[in-house]
Ligand binder design. Structure first.
Ligand SMILES: NC(=O)C1=CN([C@@H]2O[C@H](COP(=O)(O)OP(=O)(O)OC[C@H]3O[C@@H](n4cnc5c(N)ncnc54)[C@H](O)[C@@H]3O)[C@@H](O)[C@H]2O)C=CC1
Ligand SMILES: O=C(O)[C@H](O)CS(=O)(=O)O
Length: 481
């Protein structure tokens, strides 16, 4: 990996302002080549407890800074991330596999949360409330909740970290981060830049190692007041259970199963482009990817023909190749999940229109796939595929498709293409999701409150709502006036 700034490639963790190694290490491999790109320490409970203790010790001074002083350090971090965007993107592609253009886009997206919350830090407002007695006054303040834990996934190795730590730090909290073991190098590069930006020791630490051991300490240590997690719903349940014993505040950004609906009054070409970006971004490994594509019968043939042509034009390969639009999946388990969804669909009489098997490139590459004649009985109607598989369902009426779209335990993102104003309002209001994309396949921005309903999670990230998850409300009632 040829970096301009070689200080960004770390093989140590960062705990209480010190870079810590260990005898035992975790290998980080490139999913496109299977080659080792680096190693990180295999740490556990003890180092996590040290990081939590250090975060608690650093908290009073950090929250004691003015909002403007915290904002200035966040702003410096934002500038450093942007100044090192090319290197951060190359590290990300090397450990996660996404095409460089997508990695650069994610670095900018990650930086946007740091910029946004540097600004929001100065807008944590309280209230005054008319008191019930003339001798009383009531003031409401919002205060940082305290030491926070951030546990993040491999699919967005930069943005899922800054989307949590930026609001926490802006609010005056300190943070201990546990990144995914598959993609720790991007996270550690961000920490290197945070150290350069001037965050005091203990304010932000990062631990790599045994996920469940570190997670248990983060969730059960009483000094931690908040756990913010992004990942699968299964792991989210475990973390919520583990956090219950010390009544921690939790934010959960979990799995999804996004419906993507094309009505007969849609702009079909726009809908095809929206389906491509929503389905095949990050090789389909995002929680907001279209997992089910519903097409109204009057436009079914045209849409499917155009979708197949667009999918067949996608270039699969190593993300460092500028021509590549679809990189490898993260691991063998992910490839087998896609294969299992395809074979289940074929067992239920579905038809493969393009793709349907591992790429001839071998390894973790999978052909972008479109399946026709999909039905609600098939596995992808219940489970998140998390891969480049687009199942197309045909539907007749608006009522029928809204029922099918809502028929899931998940409720993160939904999309639809339509132009009739009444239909747009009716469908948008009837969809049981935290995010609804209308005539677009790309809904992610730092200015909006990202999050799900039902079993897709709790809390919101980004937007002016995002900082509330790291604050607690206090009121002071003054008597005897
Ligand atoms: N709603 C959202 O924004 C997102 C949801 N996801 C969901 O996550 C899944 C794929 O991402 P993965 O990283 O494989 O999810 P995952 O849930 O397996 O892992 C996420 C993080 O949790 C850690 N982890 C796993 N088991 C743990 C435990 N027992 N205790 C503490 N930490 C533990 C992992 O090391 C990783 O850092 C998909 O279901 C996807 O939809 C992924 C990214 C974003
Ligand atoms: O982890 C994810 O899938 C992200 O939350 C999706 S997005 O925010 O990059 O759209």
């Amino acid at each position: 990996m040829k970096l301009k700034n070689t200080s960004l490639l770390k093989d140590k963790c960062y705990i209480n302002g010190k870079w810590i190694g260990s005898k035992e290490v975790i290998e980080v491999t490139n999913p496109a080549t299977g080659k080792r790109v680096g190693t990180v320490p295999r740490l556990g409970k003890k180092e996590t407890a040290d990081a939590i203790k250090g975060a608690n010790k650093a908290w009073p001074a950090w929250k004691g800074l003015t909002a403007k002083e915290r904002a200035a350090i966040l702003r410096k971090w934002f500038t450093l991330i942007n100044d090192n965007a090319d290197d951060l993107a190359l590290i990300m592609t090397s450990e996660q596999g996404k095409p460089l253009a997508e990695a650069k886009g994610e670095v900018a997206y990650a930086a946007s949360f740091v910029e946004w919350f540097a600004e929001e830090a100065k807008r944590v407002y309280g209230d005054t409330i008319p008191a019930p007695q003339t001798s009383q006054r009531i003031v409401v303040t919002k205060e940082p909740i305290g030491v926070c834990a951030a546990i993040t996934p491999w699919n967005f190795p930069a943005a899922m970290i800054t989307r949590k730590v930026a609001p926490a730090l802006a609010a005056g909290c300190t943070v201990v981060i546990k990144p995914a073991s598959q993609t720790p190098l991007t996270a550690l590069a961000l920490i290197e830049l945070a150290e350069q930006a001037g965050f005091p020791p203990g304010v932000m630490s990062l631990v790599t190692g045994n996920s469940s051991e570190i997670g248990k300490e983060l969730c059960s240590n009483p000094l931690v007041r908040k756990v913010s997690f992004t990942g699968s719903t299964e792991v989210g349940r475990i973390l919520m259970e583990q956090s219950a014993s010390t009544i921690k505040k939790v934010s959960m950004e979990l799995g999804g199963n996004a419906p993507f609906i094309v009505f007969d009054d849609a702009d079909i070409d726009a809908a095809v482009q929206g389906a491509i970006i929503s389905k095949y971004r990050n090789a389909g490994q995002t929680c907001v990817c279209a997992n089910r594509i519903y097409v109204q019968k009057g436009v079914y043939k045209e849409f499917v023909k155009k979708l197949v042509a667009a999918v067949e034009a996608l270039v699969v390969g190593d993300g460092t190749d500028k021509k590549v639009q679809v990189g490898p999946l993260i691991d063998e388990k992910a490839v087998e999940k896609v294969e299992s969804h395809i074979s289940d669909a074929l067992d239920h009489k579905a038809k493969v229109l393009t793709g349907g098997k591992r790429s001839k490139l071998g390894g973790l590459f999978f052909e972008p796939t479109v399946i026709a004649d999909a039905t609600q009985e098939m596995a992808f109607a219940r489970e998140e595929t998390f891969g480049p598989l687009a199942p197309v369902f045909k539907f007749d009426t608006d009522e029928e498709v809204v029922r099918m779209a809502n028929d899931t335990e998940f409720g993160l993102a939904a999309y639809f293409y339509a132009r009739d104003l009444g239909r747009v309002w009716r469908v948008a209001e009837q969809l049981e999701y935290g995010i609804v994309g209308i005539n677009t396949g790309l809904i992610s921005t730092e200015v909006a409150p990202f999050g799900g309903v039902k079993q897709s999670g709790l809390g919101r990230e980004g937007s002016h709502y995002g900082i509330d998850d790291y604050l607690v409300i206090k009121y002071m009632l003054m008597g005897g006036i």
